[in-house]
Design a protein around this ligand. Structure first.
Ligand code: DX5
Ligand code: ZN
Length: 217
């Protein structure tokens, strides 16, 4: 699959979200980070904002839930119109049931792993998912440095996906920039979240194009 870029609005101006979505026209997804101050030590936004964003942009919403009890809340984000809903496996009580429920509501089901969570115990779950997110920083904040020590895990995950002949996408989130994206693509990732590297640029839409180009080479 050709690489996809999902700009994270965590680094955008929260008072101007509709315009900030417009500023990344041409991006494949709009990455929306939902944080609850419990699963991560930060608080962002919730369902009403996702619902409003859905109405004010054509870019499909890639919702990353960094919250406790996703079994209860994640389906509501699918109902709110998110095209993709990612829950953290560390917080989910019944990840298979949850992935099936998200899919049944018409969204892509995605599961995230924090940096210290290995992929191998979840090998049998992969066919239930449309995307796997490997965090390349500790979740909670934008602007952190990419964790190079995640590269072997990314490579192993790509091998697992290919060995099982699965179609699921491999997403990375955290510290993705023009400096890091090539080695990430090389390791086998195909969907890239970028917050500060996109919204910190003078021309965010151009930053998206540049990242996509670098990932494709
Ligand atoms: C962090 C969030 C990321 C964040 C990435 O927990 O999940 O989506 O916005 O920001 P950058 O790209 O600046 O590392
Ligand atoms: Zn995120």
């Amino acid at each position: 699959m050709s690489p996809q870029i999902s700009p994270s609005i965590l680094s955008a101006d929260f008072a101007r979200l509709a315009e900030e979505a417009e500023a990344v026209r041409g991006a494949d997804w709009l990455h929306v980070d939902v944080m609850d101050n419990h699963f991560v030590p930060n608080l962002t936004l919730g369902l009403p904002v996702v619902e409003s964003l859905r109405k004010s942009t054509d870019i499909p919403i890639d919702c990353h839930l960094m919250i406790e009890d996703p079994d209860r809340w994640a389906p509501q984000y699918a109902e709110a119109g998110a095209g993709s809903v990612t829950f953290h496996v560390e917080a989910a009580a019944a990840p298979v049931r949850l992935a099936r429920e998200i899919r049944s509501l018409g969204a892509r089901a995605s599961m995230a792993l924090k940096p210290a969570t290995p992929v191998e115990p979840y090998e049998d779950l992969l066919p239930e998912l449309d995307m796997l997110l490997i965090m390349t920083v500790e979740p909670g904040f934008g602007g952190q440095s990419f964790l190079d020590i995640m590269l072997p895990k990314i490579r192993r995950t790509r091998q697992l996906i290919d060995r099982h002949g699965l179609q699921l996408w491999l997403q990375l989130d955290g510290g993705i920039s023009a400096e890091t994206i090539e080695r990430c693509a090389d390791a086998g990732a195909d969907v890239f979240v970028a917050g500060s590297a996109v919204y910190g640029a003078d021309d965010p839409a151009e930053a998206v194009r540049r990242l996509r180009e670098l990932a494709a080479t």
